[in-house]
Design a protein around this ligand. Structure first.
Ligand code: SPV
Ligand code: MG
Length: 331
């Protein structure tokens, strides 16, 4: 894939903040590979209000791990995550937000921040749980919260490690995931804002958006009191009866659809696998699959073969002209 839109790491990094400033809120879609990144980035829908597209991508620990056939439990290491991140950056141009899990210990977090900033990632979000963490969507898993002052120190360390103020470090509140209250989440938010967090993500694994919206209202008041309002982030996987526009109306600036590309691919692959097995040939699976030319075009294979043809054509023309000139000078 050769990008239509070329972008430097610095331009891409700054583009997230610029989009939030310009639009008030951004819509972000998960990617777990180069191909899913290209598909997420190039999605377009024509509506009465114009063409809709995503503002950026989310590199999720859940879907990066699942793509490797592994559980989201601090098993996939930092270098492997960076490999996936680099793969996505290599073939896309929109801003990328990285799920940094707990961020590890402060020295590991410094390394992560510096590496991500150098690559052109716009933001990293770390969650206030203890390492090794368990994915937040499993309500039966143990969800142990970090001491908020220890976590606040990690935010400070990350802010000091970043080279530019454009790279954003966001704190993810896991209080509701761990069975705590909105009040507890707000107390933690205050500490993380004072530590320099550029954003606050309030997470929930319940279908009821009530506590999230209650948090958003109280967050406005908290930020007024503190005189600073870091961007507010929502991941409405379980409470998706509320629309992105409604979340934005309540004060959310970043809305992340965090795992849908992986879940869609999973379902499609499982269906195709059983259809071919049952059908005795792949014929019945054709309507379930993208065509090979579609895949060729998406990953830039078409462009290579067109260049090959043009090169052969040029060589033929040059050789015909050279032969013609030689014949004329001999005759
Ligand atoms: C992820 O996408 O990996 C997340 C969000 O951390 S969640 O899975 O909802 O915890
Ligand atoms: Mg995660």
């Amino acid at each position: 894939m050769i990008l239509e839109k070329k972008v430097t790491p610095g331009e891409r990094l700054r583009a997230l903040k610029q989009a939030i400033d310009r639009k008030g809120y951004v819509r972000i879609l998960e990617a777990h590979s180069g191909l899913s990144g290209i598909i997420a980035e190039s999605a377009r829908v024509q509506t009465g209000q114009g063409i809709l597209e995503y503002d950026g991508l989310w590199e999720s620990s859940l879907t990066d791990s699942a793509t490797k056939g592994l559980p989201d439990a601090s098993i996939v290491g930092c270098d492997s995550r960076i490999h996936t991140i680099d793969e996505i950056l290599n073939v896309t141009s929109k801003p990328l937000i990285v799920d940094g899990d707990t961020g590890g210990e402060p020295a590991q977090f410094e390394y992560l921040v510096q590496h991500l900033e150098r690559l052109g990632v716009s933001a990293v979000i770390i969650e206030d749980k203890v390492y090794p963490k368990r994915n937040s969507l499993d309500a039966s898993a143990s969800q142990d919260l970090e001491d908020p002052m220890v976590f606040a120190e990690k935010i400070k360390t990350g802010k000091e490690a970043a080279v530019t103020p454009d790279f954003m470090i966001m704190a993810r509140l896991e209080s509701l995931i761990a069975g705590g209250t909105v009040r507890e989440a707000l107390d933690r938010a205050e500490k993380y804002i004072l530590a320099g967090a550029d954003g606050i993500m309030i997470h929930s694994n319940k279908p009821d958006p009530g506590p999230i919206l209650e948090f958003a209202d109280a967050y406005q008041r908290l930020c007024q009191r503190l005189g600073r309002r870091p961007v507010l982030v929502s991941v409405p996987t379980t409470y998706n009866t509320v629309s992105d526009a409604e979340l934005a109306n309540r004060g959310f600036n970043i809305i992340i659809h965090a795992n849908h590309m992986l879940r869609a691919a999973y379902k499609a692959m499982a269906e195709v696998a059983s259809t071919i097995l049952a059908g005795g040939s792949s014929l019945e699976a054709n309507p379930l699959c993208a065509t090979v030319p579609e895949v060729f075009s998406t990953v830039g294979f078409d462009r290579i073969t067109r260049m090959d043809r043009e090169r052969v054509e040029t060589m033929r023309r040059v050789s015909a002209e050279t032969n013609g000139a030689a014949a004329r000078s001999n005759g």
